[in-house]
Design a protein around this ligand. Structure first.
Ligand SMILES: *[C@@H]1O[C@H](CO)[C@@H](O)[C@H](O)[C@H]1NC(C)=O
Ligand SMILES: *[C@@H]1O[C@H](CO)[C@@H](O)[C@H](O)[C@H]1NC(C)=O
Length: 425
């Protein structure tokens, strides 16, 4: 790194503390590396349940797909205020690729698969006040079990949508679990069948986005919203910039962030089997039906979990790109925890999430290259999606000070004060 130039109008710039914001910061790692699990915010904790706890193995044979060698039933609680982890009683069964939702101090686990790849119909409920698990009796089982599904909360109902059936056919099913009487009703199906996708609730509506429909070579970019009764129907909204599956989606401050996820190898003979994680982050504003590019996560990942707490988004674990030096080739599995804290310095420069994120909070830089899908050679996955050009379109009334490609941008506008320095080649 070389300092190329410094333009300083005023030397009054406390970079160090505020640089913590609008930036992915490392936090205490998970007790063990985990992928394909759920992390759900309940009161002061984020409860991370189940998942795959060994690297996903991808045998070097055309007829064999990747599988998880070890599914857990363990539960770990992260306390953001203390940046610490603690163990909770294990869930009734190992489960991964499931959905979870929390309401009134109860955490519901729905769908997913067992160690032997069987679908799980039983609903398990953790009561945070008693610290105990309960399995609902069979009349309360999920009517159409699926894995790699998604769930969103509307009032006291958990809307459980899509996923894969036993044979990995994609579903558009919309099953509604009423927490009051613990019974299920049917809702109108999604416009598209989806698996490996994500759902969030904002302003009394459910949003679903990305995933796979039936073509496992091309993830979806589409976004749909469910308007509850009286509309009681789905509408398609503006698509994401980056198609992807197995990403995290986290709602915060009336927006939601779509983080990382899975794309596929661009070679048609390999794409079904070969997954490629990405590090892209974009955020959606329901008010404007617009997507904004955000600072990418520090490394590509897929099949991980995300949750919001306070003014921060947290991401947990997941899998990285296939390591073909392993025999058999394996997706590495992570224990990392990263926090993205929203800016609150009173300035808006476009790269934010409903609040300000400019000035002394660093905007995106070309340093944060977005990486992902590929072509050609197995070993060479990396492709840069190229910088943060879109960001400048989002800029408001000149608070941000763009500098040339390849430079780090650090823009501050405090009335007349403007500071910019350029780092890196
Ligand atoms: C699965 O992983 C856990 C946690 O690392 C470990 O304790 C356990 O022995 C593993 N089980 C098998 C069957 O490998
Ligand atoms: C359960 O509650 C929901 C919502 O109030 C209602 O629509 C449904 O009919 C109830 N089911 C049963 C079996 O009582």
């Amino acid at each position: 790194m070389r300092l190329l130039g410094v333009i300083v109008t005023v030397a009054l710039l406390a970079v160090t503390p505020v640089a913590q914001k609008d930036k992915w910061n490392k936090r205490t790692p998970m007790p063990m590396p985990t992928s394909d699990f759920t992390c759900t915010t309940v009161d002061q904790s984020i409860l991370c349940v189940g998942g795959c706890v060994e690297g996903q193995v991808c045998p070097d044979r055309e007829d064999l797909y990747c599988f998880c060698p070890n599914v857990t039933r363990e539960v770990h609680a992260y306390t953001p205020d203390l940046d610490s982890w603690g163990a909770l009683p294990s869930a009734p069964r190992p489960r991964y690729r499931h959905a979870a939702a929390a309401l009134g101090g109860q955490l519901y686990l729905i769908g997913g698969r067992s160690t032997t790849d069987e679908l799980i119909a039983e609903v398990d409920v953790y009561d945070t006040s008693t610290g105990t698990w309960e399995t609902l009796s069979s009349p309360h089982d999920m009517p159409i079990p699926s894995s790699d599904l998604a769930a969103f909360l509307l009032d006291s109902a958990i809307h459980v949508v899509g996923g894969y059936d036993r044979h990995y056919s994609t579903l558009n099913a919309h099953q509604i679990f009423h927490t009051g009487n613990r019974s299920w009703t049917k809702g109108p199906p999604m416009g598209s069948a989806r698996g490996d996708f994500t759902a969030v609730t904002i302003g009394g509506k459910g949003y679903v986005f990305g995933g796979f429909a039936s073509d496992f070579c091309h993830p979806l970019d589409s976004l749909e919203v469910f308007d509850p009764p009286p509309d009681n129907d789905w509408r398609e909204l503006k698509a994401m910039d980056t198609p992807r599956a197995d990403k995290a989606g986290v709602a915060l401050n009336g927006h939601f962030m779509v983080i990382g996820g899975e794309q596929k190898h661009s070679d048609p003979s390999k794409c079904e089997k070969l997954s490629v994680p990405v590090n892209d982050v974009e955020s959606y504003s329901p008010k404007d039906d617009e997507w904004t590019q955000m600072r990418p996560i520090p490394s590509e990942r897929m099949r991980f979990a995300g949750a919001a707490y306070g003014d921060s988004v947290y991401i947990f674990g997941g899998q990285g790109r296939l390591d073909s030096n392993e025999k058999p080739p394996t997706h590495p599995i992570y224990d990392t925890v990263e926090e993205y804290r929203l800016c609150d310095d009173g300035l808006q420069n476009g790269n934010e999430l409903g609040v300000d994120c400019g000035g002394s909070c660093q905007p995106c830089t070309d340093e944060d290259q977005r990486t992902g899908v590929v072509g050609g050679d197995d070993e060479v996955y990396e492709v840069a999606f190229g910088g943060t050009q879109r960001e400048s379109e989002e800029s408001t009334s000149g608070e941000s000070i763009p500098v040339g490609a390849g430079g780090v941008r650090l823009a501050v506008a405090l009335g007349l004060i403007a500071v910019a320095f350029i780092d890196r080649m």
